[in-house]
Design a protein around this ligand. Structure first.
Ligand SMILES: [Zn+2]
Length: 316
């Protein structure tokens, strides 16, 4: 990590407004569209496209955190393929994910006929309840992905970029996408969550993921004790294991605080991003195969997840 000297940026208002404005605008858009009889899945899709896929790349150009992270390092092509190819399986690139998951989860919920959900709650506390429940499962799946070698092999695809920008939110191995889907969808189905709350959840989740990985200069201040936003998540992508084995939260950071993995040092910025393994594949197909390299899938552990490095751990 490196110490940050004081500068005028900390006094600027725009970095503090990006996160609350985008999230509020997205949620209110979904909510308002639903009151106009727009189908919840379509309402969520429109909000994520407008305030995520359109606004986030523009804001990356207007107020970048690091201007060099806006340069294509040959990763744009594979990331676009990941975004599109992940649409071929049930956990999808963000807009399609929003559309299909809202529909799928709502249908499953109706099939079970569960009535456990507190139906008369206002949508805002109901959304927060849903986030808390879903985040608990996702925290432990993500934690396991960093600690269990064969899961790490899958998860390393997500940690392989050397810069953070909006498309990193979609760079996941398809098998890991499937795995992460279980704790995300199961609570909705079991509790009988209303369709409108599901749509708001996936609006929040979609926008949060894009902002969380974005190269926008975002400052969250005290909200860093509630949400797992950019400033916290950059540490999670650090090259240093002692920094990246922190902040596992997907949307909320509360479970990290509770389980002792919260990390937000004052006046410090993350240095290098990515894997220790310099020879990690960069092509889409290479990354698809990478988790299965080597005979013993239980080795190697940690960040040296490719056989080449395993045989020569000092090479980095
Ligand atoms: Zn991770």
């Amino acid at each position: 990590m490196q110490l940050v000297t004081s500068n005028n940026e900390s006094r600027m208002i725009a970095p503090k407004l990006v996160f609350p404005l985008i999230m509020t605008a997205g949620l209110l858009t979904t909510q308002q569209l639903m009151t106009q009889q727009v189908a919840p899945a379509l309402a969520a899709l429109i909000a994520v496209l407008l305030f995520g896929f359109l606004a986030v790349p523009i804001l990356e150009r207007l107020m970048p955190y690091r201007s060099d992270w806006n340069r294509n390092e040959g990763d744009l092509g594979p990331d676009l393929i990941y975004m599109l190819s992940n649409a071929a399986i049930p956990k999808l690139w963000t807009p399609v994910q929003v559309f299909v998951l809202v529909g799928l989860t709502t249908w499953l919920t109706q099939q079970t006929g569960s009535r456990l959900w507190p139906e008369h709650w206002h949508w805002l506390p109901a959304l927060f309840l849903m986030l808390l429940i879903a985040e608990f499962g996702r925290y432990w799946v993500h934690f396991a992905a960093h600690k269990i070698p064969w899961l790490w092999r899958l998860h390393a695809v997500h940690h392989s970029p050397k810069r953070l920008y909006w498309l990193n939110a979609n760079r996941f191995h398809p098998l890991e996408k499937l795995l992460f889907q279980i704790p995300e969808v199961a609570p909705f189905v079991l509790l009988g969550t209303p369709e409108e709350i599901i749509a708001l959840y996936f609006t929040f989740n979609g926008l949060h993921g894009l902002l969380q990985h974005s190269n926008i200069r975002i400052q969250c201040g005290p909200l860093n004790w509630l949400f797992s936003m950019t400033e916290l998540h950059r540490w999670h992508h650090s090259k240093k294991i002692e920094e990246s084995d922190r902040n596992f939260g997907n949307n909320l950071i509360v479970w990290d605080i509770l389980f002792g993995t919260y990390y937000n040092p004052r006046d410090m910025e993350v240095e290098a991003i990515g894997l220790l393994n310099q020879s990690y594949p960069k092509s889409w197909f290479g990354m698809l195969k990478a988790p299965f390299a080597g005979r013993d899938l239980s080795k190697p552990k940690g960040y040296q997840c490719q056989t080449k490095v395993a045989t020569n751990p000092q090479s980095d």
